[in-house]
Design a protein around this ligand. Sequence first.
Ligand code: HXC
Ligand code: NAP
Length: 268
Amino acid sequence: MADERNASFTKNLMAGKVCFMAGATSGINRQIARRFCLEGAIVYVISRSLDKVTATVDELSSLGTEAAGKNVDVRSYPDVEEAVGDCIAKFGKIDMVLAGQAGNFPAGAAQMSSNAFKSVIDIDLLGTFNVCRATVEHLNKTDGNIIAITAPQGSSPWMYQSHVCAAKAGVNMLIKCLALEWGPSGIRVNAISPGPIDDTEGMRRLAGSTEQLKKTKDSLALRDLGAKDDIADAALWLCSSAARYVTGTIIEVEGGTSLGDASGALKL
Ligand code: HXC
Ligand code: NAP
């Protein structure tokens, strides 16, 4: 799919907005962080690897805005809280929160250990709660907004993905509950559900071979993988005043994944 978005296409949509972004040190979320910086945002990133945090902060800072970060595992609430404190000490406020971190591997439910299942639930679901809970008092002050990154597995059952399906379904319900509880304080809470996105760790893990990739494309209504910028565009829209009346929703940017198999095969 042709992708003509580039650095010169900026309108300062996020000028001065401070964004606390979990899992934004690679893949889709890092592209969201890049695009936000190009639109004038100040970004604070967290993820487990110090090397990835350092490399991301260096890159984002080179885009002409401010960036900082900390190596944090979202499964530890005290560590997330400490990072939020550091973000406030550095930048004074939080306008936007991304809960984008996730873990995934294909595994049958009868083969997976209890700890393997728990790891994904804790990273995706508990991690999303931790990030939202640790930032809510600051979002209260800015009428801020939260975006969680979910997946098609959150709304349909997939083979070898029971852990991911359960975790992302939990994220989908969590954001709706938070939207209900925190809307009266002016906070919007939404999720974006990406379809299969080109050149990502997720796709390498789930459809790593050329043959699997072709099968995936052939099954999609739009017959192509998405681009990381497709997700960044949706995130920018959700943060803009154009989405001021949008909360508790799951925005599907999936190329038709959830419509079912579009390869033409009859499902018997
Ligand atoms: C079965 C596995 C496994 C595998 C790990 N485990 N990999 N079980 N198959 N391939 C088990 C381990 O044996 C262990 O159980 C338990 O999981 C925890 O493993 P650790 O390595 O200790 O966990 P941790 O260091 O916390 O790492 C978490 C992780 C890892 C999820 C296992 O893969 C990770 O860090 N992933 C982050 C990056 C990632 O997954 N990105 C893709 C996101 S894409 P035991 O019983 O031995 O202790 C996505 C959606 C894609 O989410 C959708 C596409 C359409
Ligand atoms: P990715 O590159 O692996 O990104 C995952 C990010 O989360 C990394 O920055 C990783 O950094 C961080 N992370 C993982 N575990 C963490 C933890 N315990 N604590 C803190 N940070 C953690 O993945 P991606 O493929 O771009 O996917 C990004 C998001 O999109 C995920 O939510 C995924 O479920 C969703 N999604 C992806 C696709 C796809 O096609 N790729 C499709 C649908 C949905 P560290 O390793 O440093 O921790």
